[in-house]
Design a protein around this ligand. Structure first.
Ligand code: BGC
Length: 733
């Protein structure tokens, strides 16, 4: 690596920002190369001419894999890692050093315009997929960029909004996935988000970028800004932001150098920045070039897409379709697929399969009608033609979805409804042909007002370039569906957790639902939903045995259970383990996913599976102590086929961390009485107090008891017992 002492102050400052839209700075006199960073996350978007981060200018052809919304529904991390490796391979061919992804932000509201790029409403799912993709991408010698760090859960006012989040949800929901990916997959870079968190820009937050990311989690890579996220370059550098992107045209380089000269910024900060950029730019990488295996990667995109499809409903086994059935294929999306979202992640696909063609390759008798226009304009002629062919067929497959213009990076949706013309068309088709299958294409969840009437519903999300053939694979049963919902489909927007607090006002969005995001909310409030988190049907059926659970010496909980395929076809069951702690001292959702496994099973086969619930995932953030606590107690472990379909459960005694709050004059009487040393002494001093009286006064802080006549000296002696007991590690809290 270039010797730091050879760099001038100006050169160090220059390394801290891009040379253009996509490259770091080269230093020719020292042979430091410029390297390219480019999107991500579900394929490579390397633009040929001028670059932009809105996906406008053309890019080199690349494989468009299923975007995160779909891939997470596969609940298969091994598959995701293979997809990551394929993206890494394409990056190598194109000489790209860093792929800008994956994004592990939590789907706080279904309205977020960028939900198609994010995995889940659940942090354990987001963590698992983020880890798999980073590992896959980096296995090819290319860096990944974990984004958008952090609490970037909406597009509205995304460059200024302050996400006001309490410590527990921040740690347990919004930072958990970042923490896991950083610690387990070691991404070369982390991309800080545009927004502010509790009032402070992520790009300027020393707590976020240095204390949490580096000191607590041990991150050793480089922090890059989201494109244009830097407001004050000097403050950002001091906070821990290394590379500002894109180029500032030299402006912020000059500010950094001037700040060092004026003594406003330590030169060491610039040294660290330069070191990290050099480490990234000079890292040994595979030689660029080689031929893209277009067919091989397309086949992987098809496999991943088929595994991501979620069969929501299948009454009377309407699916799979018989090739001999006379099928009416209806809906423009069958011919003009919507397979990815808009914005910086937009891929120039190497090819695109349409469902219409793919169904046509298998179906012996097929009629097609587009049924509606993608621009939302009414077209009664199109609808009438669709109804006619539906009535003449043995069954109808209706492709509905959100058109491109409805969801994108840069803005949020205003509702979660499908276009009215499509819903009206469906009603008319079902009236003519009750044997109707709906296939959905959407990046964010939509309300399904027809869920009660239509016998079969397939959630196809945005499936990438091979989505059309993958849908045909599932519809005809060549692939047995095994996708599961990584987010709840609510009945109505008004039921969703952030409904009253999204997208905020006056520059602030309050995360008022706290920990209760996604299914945590619906379960706690006992709200009915259209389809619960984790739900997904198969063409076969599964049985669960009784789980057994034990805590291992490291604090993890190991759960073993048997799963059987009781049907006639090979299939995959996604076993989900939820944990809860009845009687917990902390506020907790009724159940939280802590582990899952994707289990392939032949008909009649039974497998014992062992899943690990990590100590770290079982821990809660104690905001009084400012640290993670694994609470001791008897945990309930539930094995479910969804968050609302628990098949078997067990209990496991967990021995956790001791939670000792230091005794102070602000401790309550109850806290004094609960203290292991001072408590018994206090009780001895109160021999005559009856329980009812104690309960009434238990919340009174010790200092106030003095005013009520309790001798100060006696209390002081009791408080001192705590210090003597050596439990003062959290003193001052
Ligand atoms: C997006 C990032 C993206 C970057 C570079 C930004 O607008 O938020 O996700 O990686 O542009 O294209």
């Amino acid at each position: 690596m270039t010797d730091m002492s050879e760099l001038t102050l100006e050169e160090k400052a220059a390394l801290g920002s891009g040379s253009d839209f996509r490259h770091t700075q080269a230093i020719d006199r020292l042979g430091v190369p410029a390297v390219m960073l480019t999107d991500g996350p579900h394929g490579l978007r390397k633009q040929l001419g001028p670059s932009d981060n809105l996906g406008m200018n053309p890019a080199v052809p690349a494989t468009c894999f299923p975007p995160a919304v779909a891939l997470a529904s596969s609940f298969d991390v091994e598959l995701a890692e293979r997809v990551g490796a394929a993206i890494g391979t394409e990056a190598v061919i194109e000489g790209v050093a860093v792929v800008l992804g994956p994004g592990v932000n939590i789907k706080r509201s279904p309205l977020c315009g960028r939900n198609f790029e994010y995995f889940s409403e659940d942090p354990v799912v987001a963590a698992a997929f983020g880890t798999a993709l980073v590992k896959g991408i980096q296995s090819q010698g290319v860096g990944a960029s974990l984004k958008h760090f952090a609490a970037n859960n909406q597009e509205t006012d995304r460059m200024r909004i302050s996400a006001d989040v309490d410590p527990r949800p921040l740690r347990e929901v919004y930072l958990r996935a970042f923490q896991r990916v950083v610690q387990e997959a070691r991404p070369e870079t982390v991309m800080c988000s545009y927004n502010r968190i509790n009032g402070r820009y992520a790009s300027e937050d020393p707590w976020l970028l240095t204390r949490v990311l580096r000191e607590e989690w041990g991150f050793e890579g480089l922090v890059v800004s989201d494109w244009g996220a830097v407001d004050d370059r000097v403050a950002a550098a001091a906070a821990g932001l290394d590379l500002e992107m894109p180029s500032s045209g030299g402006r912020s380089d000059a500010q950094l150098a001037a700040a060092v000269r004026a003594g406003a910024l330590e030169e060491q900060v610039l040294d660290r920045i330069a070191e990290r950029v050099l480490a990234l730019a000079e890292r040994e990488r595979p030689a660029p070039g080689g031929k893209l295996d277009v067919d091989g990667h397309h086949a992987l995109a098809r496999e991943a897409a088929a595994r991501s499809i979620v069969l929501l409903k299948n009454e009377d086994e309407l699916l799979p379709l018989a090739p001999s059935a006379r099928i009416a294929v209806i809906g423009e999306f069958a011919r003009t697929p919507r397979y990815q979202g808009a914005g910086s992640s937009h891929i120039a696909a190497t090819r695109v399969d349409t469902a219409l063609e793919a169904i046509g390759e298998t179906a012996q008798a097929l009629a097609f009608a587009p049924g509606f226009r993608l621009d939302g304009q009414d077209d009664p002629g199109l609808a009438a033609e669709a109804v006619r062919i539906a009535g003449e067929a043995e069954l109808a497959v209706v492709f509905l979805g959100l058109p491109d213009q409805d969801e994108s990076e840069g803005f949020d949706r205003g509702d979660i409804r499908l276009p009215a013309a499509q819903l009206a068309l469906l009603d008319a088709v079902v009236a003519a042909q009750p044997r109707t299958v709906v296939v959905l294409s959407n990046g964010g969840v939509v309300e399904l007002p027809f869920a009660g009437t239509v016998p079969a519903i397939v959630e196809g999300w945005l499936l990438g370039q091979a989505g059309g053939s993958a849908l045909a694979d599932v519809l005809f049963g060549r692939v047995n569906p095994s996708g599961r919902l990584a987010e709840t489909i609510p009945l109505r927007l008004e039921d969703t957790p952030a409904f009253l607090d999204f997208p905020g006002e006056a520059g602030h969005v309050r995360y008022g639902e706290g920990l209760f995001v996604g299914y945590r909310w619906y379960e706690a409030r006992r709200l009915p939903v259209a389809f619960p988190f984790g739900h997904g049907l198969s063409y076969t059926s599964f049985d669960y045995g009784t789980p057994s659970a034990v805590q291992t010496p490291s604090g993890d909980v190991e759960v073993t259970l048997a799963v059987s395929n009781t049907g006639q076809r090979p299939g995959r069951e996604v076993v989900q383990l939820y944990a809860s702690l009845p009687g917990s001292a902390y506020t907790r959702p009724p159940r939280e996913l802590k582990a899952f496994a994707n289990v392939p099973l032949e008909p009649g086969e039974t497998r014992e599976v062992t899943l690990v619930l990590r100590r770290d995932d079982l821990a809660v953030w104690d905001q009084r102590l400012d640290r993670w606590i694994l609470e001791s107690g008897s945990y309930r472990i539930e094995a479910g086929a969804s968050s609302a379909d628990i098949r078997a459960s067990t209990e496991v005694v967990v021995s956790g961390d001791e939670v000792r709050l230091p005794l102070t004059w602000h401790s309550s009487l109850a806290e004094l009485l609960a203290h292991p040393v001072a408590g018994p002494a206090a009780r001895a001093a109160l021999p005559t107090a009856d329980e009812a009286m104690l309960r009434m006064i238990s919340s009174i802080p010790l200092r106030r008891l003095v005013a009520m006549g309790v001798p100060e000296e006696g209390l002081a002696q009791l408080i001192a017992l705590d210090a003597e007991g050596g439990a003062s590690e959290a003193a001052g809290v």
